[in-house]
Design a binder for this molecule. Structure first.
Ligand SMILES: [Zn+2]
Length: 116
C-alpha cells in the first residue's frame, strides 16, 4: 500500500498567492496598532508597517487635486458647506431685522396689524 508522500503539516515551498514572497508567513512582521480592545494588532503588516485595516493600504490623498476630488465625492447635499451656512446666517439676520421692523410698524400704527 502506497503511503501519502506529504504529511499534512510539512513545510510547503514556493510563492504564495498574490505575489507574496515565499517563506513562513506566520513570521511576517505584525502591525502593532492599538486595537479597540487595547491590545496590539496582530495582523501582518504591509510595507509601511501597518496592516490593511490600520493605514497600510492608504493614508489618504496627498495632493491638492486629490483632496479636492475626495471632498467633491463626499458632498451629499451641500447643506453644511461654508457658503450654505453663511447664507443661512445672513438670511436669519435679515429675517430678524424684518420682524423687528414689523413689530415697530405694528407699534406705531396700532389700528393696522401686519403679520409675517
Ligand atoms: Zn493592524
Amino acid at each position: 500500500m502506497e503511503q501519502n508522500k506529504f504529511k499534512p503539516h510539512e513545510k510547503r515551498r514556493g510563492w504564495l498567492k498574490n505575489n507574496n514572497p515565499p517563506g513562513d508567513f506566520t513570521k511576517a512582521p505584525r502591525c502593532g496598532a492599538k486595537t479597540r480592545k487595547g491590545t496590539p494588532c496582530r495582523a501582518p503588516a504591509m510595507r509601511n508597517g501597518r496592516c490593511r485595516l490600520h493605514g497600510g493600504k492608504s493614508t489618504g490623498p496627498r495632493t491638492e487635486e486629490g483632496i479636492e476630488r475626495i471632498r467633491r465625492s463626499h458632498l451629499i447635499h451641500g447643506r453644511y458647506t461654508r457658503e450654505a451656512i453663511a447664507k443661512r446666517k445672513e438670511f436669519n439676520e435679515l429675517l430678524r431685522a424684518l420682524k423687528g421692523t414689523i413689530k415697530e410698524v405694528n407699534h406705531r400704527y396700532e389700528d393696522i396689524d401686519f403679520k409675517i
